[in-house]
Design a protein around this ligand. Structure first.
Ligand SMILES: Cc1cc2nc3c(=O)[nH]c(=O)nc-3n(C[C@H](O)[C@H](O)[C@H](O)COP(=O)(O)OP(=O)(O)OC[C@H]3O[C@@H](n4cnc5c(N)ncnc54)[C@H](O)[C@@H]3O)c2cc1C
Ligand SMILES: NC(=O)c1ccc[n+]([C@@H]2O[C@H](COP(=O)([O-])OP(=O)(O)OC[C@H]3O[C@@H](n4cnc5c(N)ncnc54)[C@H](O)[C@@H]3O)[C@@H](O)[C@H]2O)c1
Length: 489
């Protein structure tokens, strides 16, 4: 029999992904009580269907290719990746889609888990249809946090929406490797999964309406494109899909240049949007906005603490609804979602103690200021792309006088790293303040170069001082010295 159970907590978090877990953790550390509502697995998308499985699928191929690129090691390694152990490695990292570790962590941390689908029913009120068949009426004394993640955007292509296509969930949890694999979308998810499956033995075709990785500098994207081609991926860039036909267990994808691609699996990786449907936001006055790509969608506007603007009040305080992670909008990255979540958790605690009345100062512990200046992001293909901060166009939009310096990565460290190492690096410099605004590195093994750039940007380290940060010899980081020299130092 269904029971209605009422419970009260200081904070109710909807969604136990990386962002939700971090908000709840911070409010508990601040001495408040917290419940987290989760309809699927504790740990969310990143742990089970996104970052972790995709990287586990890529890493063995990168390691094998890395060994094959070093004379002296190349002769000692087998040339072909065996899919079965790679899928097993992925299964290990996803804990076979069991969330017992996450559940244990919640319990150890003192966060109450309510399993079910949550819906906001009024200011500070959340209704949960529990997986146990019960219904829970939850009340928050201080805050409700929306941390519901994001949902794939599926383009309106004739035949596509009714086809049994894969989203990234299907690809990252694949049980076998398709013989013919078509990837629609040339963004980060598309290139990573195209390479993972190509190296596992699929015949891969990618279709991108523009160039690959359009959010990254062209030189970096071109290196990734060359890496994909070397792995046998056929690239159809600047190409649109006209229609998709499903034939029994396979697909025919018709392109606007007349070509028809046949596939056993079709991955649609054409972007994501915040998951805000059926959350009851209309009950607190947050109305639907027009969405150019589909039906009207709710959009949240948040301040730097994650506080949602415009939510109805119950007469006590309007400061009760927050959003964190993908649900809050950009940037759709685990580390940045967790960072914003920490700030949101701390802001909720500070407001509950009456210590935060006005807009907080930038770079304080309760704001996610770095979201505006220094978002690091890595494309985990081989070669990798690692980028942080602003590009020139973004800098100019902010009225900054920005210059760039770029060069191929060709230092002792890269020559030792791999035979015929090909890489590229760029710094974006604020010409007036002589500090870094952005940096991009492309090439094998560059992901670990990124944090140095992030620190330089966040710390606003003057170039004159950066000059004294001496890169070790012989490492890839020597490219920093070459870049500064080329800049005129
Ligand atoms: C293929 C792929 C690879 C990626 N790789 C990387 C990477 O390498 N590095 C990186 O930084 N980022 C990566 N990302 C992005 C990253 O996965 C997301 O930014 C991150 O998972 C967002 O975390 P979140 O907590 O905001 O949302 P989620 O992890 O999606 O968590 C939201 C949770 O809310 C739950 N939920 C939703 N609605 C309700 C409801 N009404 N009631 C109860 N529960 C609900 C969901 O079940 C889910 O568990 C990748 C994304 C994809 C698609
Ligand atoms: N390594 C990582 O950090 C990582 C890996 C994968 C995904 N992610 C995150 O997940 C999010 C989603 O990834 P994604 O690759 O789906 O999104 P994305 O925004 O990176 O790329 C989407 C691509 O699809 C294309 N596209 C959009 N509509 C289309 C249409 N109608 N027809 C053809 N192409 C179309 C876009 O031009 C773009 O190239 C990203 O924002 C990213 O931040 C991160």
């Amino acid at each position: 029999m269904t029971e209605e159970r009422s419970r009260e907590f200081d904070v109710i978090v909807i969604g136990a992904g990386a962002a939700g877990e971090n908000v709840a953790d911070r409010v508990i550390r601040g001495g408040l009580t917290a419940a987290i509502v989760e309809s699927e697995l504790v740990g969310g998308e990143c742990s089970y269907w996104a970052c972790i499985p995709s990287k586990a699928l890529l890493r063995p191929g990168t390691a094998l290719h890395g060994a094959q690129s070093v004379p002296g090691a190349a002769d000692s390694v087998t040339k072909v990746l065996d899919p079965a152990p790679v899928l097993k490695y992925r299964d290990y990292f996803t804990n076979r889609w069991q969330d017992d570790g996450g559940v244990q962590w919640l319990s150890d941390t003192g966060i109450e888990l309510v399993r079910g689908v949550a819906r906001i029913t009024g200011p500070r009120e959340v209704q949960v249809d529990g997986v146990d068949g019960n219904s829970y009426a939850l009340k928050a004394r201080h805050a409700v946090v929306i941390a519901t993640g994001s949902t794939p955007v599926i383009p309106d292509i004739p035949g596509l929406r009714s086809a049994p296509y894969w989203t990234t969930r299907g690809a990252t949890s694949a049980r076998e490797v398709p013989e013919r694999f078509v990837v629609l979308g040339g963004g980060v998810a598309g290139v990573e999964l195209a390479q993972a499956f190509a190296r596992l033995g699929s015949q891969v075709s990618m279709v991108a309406r523009g160039r690959l990785l359009s959010a990254f500098p062209e030189e970096a994207a071109e290196l990734v494109a060359a890496g994909l081609r070397a792995d046998g991926v056929t690239l159809h860039t600047g190409t649109a899909v006209l229609s998709v036909r499903t034939n029994d267990q396979s697909f025919s994808v018709t392109l606007d240049d007349g070509k028809v691609l046949d596939a056993d699996k079709l991955l649609v990786a054409t972007g994501r949007r915040p998951s805000l449907d059926n959350l009851g936001l209309e009950s607190v006055g947050l109305v639907e906005a027009e969405d150019e790509d589909g039906p009207p969608a709710v959009r949240l506007s948040t301040d730097s603490t994650g506080l949602v603007e415009g939510a109805a009040s119950d007469g006590t305080s309007g400061l009760w609804l927050y959003a964190a992670g993908d649900a809050a909008g950009t940037p759709l990255l685990t580390h940045q979602g967790k960072y914003s979540a920490r700030a949101t958790g701390d802001a909720i605690v500070a407001r509950s103690e009456g210590k935060l009345h006005r807009a907080p100062k930038p770079w304080s512990q309760v704001t996610s200021t770095a979201n505006e200046h220094a978002v690091p992001s890595v494309v985990f293909t081989d070669p990798e792309v690692a980028s942080v901060g602003l590009n020139v166009a973004q800098a100019q939009e902010r009225g900054l006088r920005a210059g760039t310096v770029e060069l191929p990565i060709n230092v002792s460290g890269s020559q030792l790293y791999a035979e015929n190492y090909k890489g590229w690096a760029q710094l974006v410099v604020d010409e007036d303040r002589r500090v870094l605004l952005g940096a991009t590195f492309a090439g094998p093994g560059v992901a670990e170069l990124l944090h140095g750039a992030t620190i330089a940007i966040v710390g606003e380290v003057p170039l004159e001082r950066l000059w004294h940060a001496v890169p070790s010899f012989p490492t890839l980081s020597e490219v920093w010295l070459r870049l500064l020299e080329k800049y005129g130092m």
